[in-house]
Design a protein around this ligand. Structure first.
Ligand SMILES: Cc1cc2nc3c(=O)[nH]c(=O)nc-3n(C[C@H](O)[C@H](O)[C@H](O)COP(=O)(O)O)c2cc1C
Length: 203
């Protein structure tokens, strides 16, 4: 799907738009070494933090899951699954064990939702945290990495909250898996903006 190029496509920022259009997820299983080094992680998070933020609340933080911590978290997930369902199949257990062990780096984006904040609606603060996830995807791709925004049951599980040491008013918004793509991901069909756009007019 492509729409007509705008008249100002000679604008120097137009190539930025094409870069944005090139974003696509790389499945976590296809993300390998090398991952970003420490300085690069901070650079990515600088971009990821530059999000619209009503009231400048900074309602998010980043939790790094890297190195041995990835498998350790997976082992804990597998133990939770087995504890809840002793008959769980080997495949399900192994899936949980390996859940965070594909990409070299996973950044959990945590929404920090102060319940005492009565001025900025919680939805808006949650959206800001979601924007940070998206900005991190874009930043990773801009530096030649691939990335994948995943949630799955661990993002919403009370026992995992304890494992990740989340505060009472914190929520996982996404686990952003980042690494070097092992494959070129084919394009998938994208929505046609013409089918999404309507004009409001007074009744
Ligand atoms: C909040 C959120 C959570 C997601 N969680 C998962 C997930 O757990 N598993 C999954 O396969 N895809 C998940 N996705 C979808 C992928 O991140 C990705 O967007 C999708 O595979 C389409 O690829 P694209 O980003 O190239 O459009 C999630 C997306 C969002 C926005």
């Amino acid at each position: 799907m492509s729409v007509t190029q705008p008249a100002n496509s000679q604008n120097p920022y137009f190539s930025t738009l094409e870069t944005l259009d090139a974003r696509r997820s790389v499945p976590a299983r296809q993300l390998g070494l090398p991952g970003p080094d420490d300085a690069t992680v901070l650079r990515l998070l600088q971009s990821a933090s530059r999000v619209p933020d009503h009231g400048k609340r900074v309602p998010f933080r980043f939790l790094r899951i890297a190195g041995d911590a990835r498998l350790a978290l997976g082992e804990a997930l597998a133990a939770i699954t087995l504890h809840r369902d002793p008959l769980a199949g080997d495949g399900a257990i192994e899936k949980d064990r390996q859940r965070f062990n594909h990409a070299p780096l996973v950044i959990a984006v945590i929404a920090v939702l102060d319940p005492g904040d009565t001025k900025i609606p919680e939805q808006e603060r949650l959206l800001t945290a979601g924007c940070a996830c998206f900005a991190l995807l874009q930043a990773a791709q801009a530096l030649g990495f691939g990335a994948n925004w995943l949630t799955g049951w661990p993002a919403y599980d009370p026992d995992v909250r304890v494992l990740l040491e989340l505060g009472e008013h914190e929520r996982v918004v996404g686990f952003i898996h980042i690494g070097t793509p092992a494959m070129a991901v084919p394009e998938r069909e994208r929505p046609d903006p013409r089918t999404l756009l309507t004009d409001w007019s007074p009744a």
